[in-house]
Design a protein around this ligand. Structure first.
Ligand code: GRF
Length: 207
């Protein structure tokens, strides 16, 4: 069983999907800590309601010293015996040293079909580009932003009349389906998943 830490900065809907997935199948992986840099993150109350331990390391007192901020996070992660990290809307970029420390043991979900639309505002950029499909990618975190090896991708249609928010809501539903599956498969056998990433096509069409 792998001890998983989930890092978030906001709402935590992906965290909730991950926790529910692990709680349904605790043999592979278990959520041992939800850690936020944002004391006001909605995901903290959500995690507590799911019975998962939470911690906050506010980045603001560490202005300009990312290494010290990350060291403080490491104290919490070590205390909880965390072996693997899932980023779930964690809005801080990590230093190369921290990324190297977790090399091959830290995964992320990004709201686009990578390598398209790395970075922020992916839904607005997808609409601007006029693509007919969009979606999300689960990937291993490496030093280059949104560029690590792909573990799974889910595709949703772009519809006439879509706004960034409507498209984001459609993608988010796909995120909640693919991320728990990918996390559990990764915890079980990372090499097998890397060799055969999950592809989710033709998801239920509910708006
Ligand atoms: C998601 O869109 C995820 O892809 C991105 O941040 C957002 C987090 O949403 N990395 P939530 O906090 O999980 O609801």
């Amino acid at each position: 069983m792998t001890r998983v830490g989930i890092l978030l900065s906001g709402n935590g809907s992906n965290m909730e999907a991950l926790v529910r997935g692990m709680q349904a199948q605790p043999e592979e992986a278990q959520p041992k800590l939800v850690l936020s840099n944002n004391p006001d993150a909605g995901g903290l109350a959500r995690a507590a309601a799911l019975g998962v331990a939470t911690a906050v390391v506010d980045h603001r007192p560490f202005t300009g010293d990312r290494a010290a901020f990350e060291a403080a996070m490491m104290v919490e992660l070590d205390r909880a015996g965390i072996e693997m990290i899932a980023l779930a809307g964690f809005m801080r970029i990590m230093t190369p040293a921290t990324i190297q420390h977790w090399q091959g043991r830290m995964i992320n979900i990004h709201p686009s079909i990578l390598p398209l639309f790395k970075g922020l505002h992916t839904h607005a950029r997808a609409l601007e580009a006029g693509v007919a499909v969009h979606g999300c990618t689960v990937h291993v975190v490496t030093e280059e932003l949104d560029s690590g090896p792909i573990l799974g991708q889910a595709v949703v249609p772009v519809r006439g009349g879509d706004t960034p928010d409507r498209l984001a809501a459609r993608v988010l539903k796909a995120e909640h389906l693919i991320y728990p599956r990918a996390l559990q498969a990764f915890a079980r056998d990372p090499d097998a998943l890397l060799a055969a990433p999950i592809s989710m096509l033709g998801l239920p069409d509910d708006g």
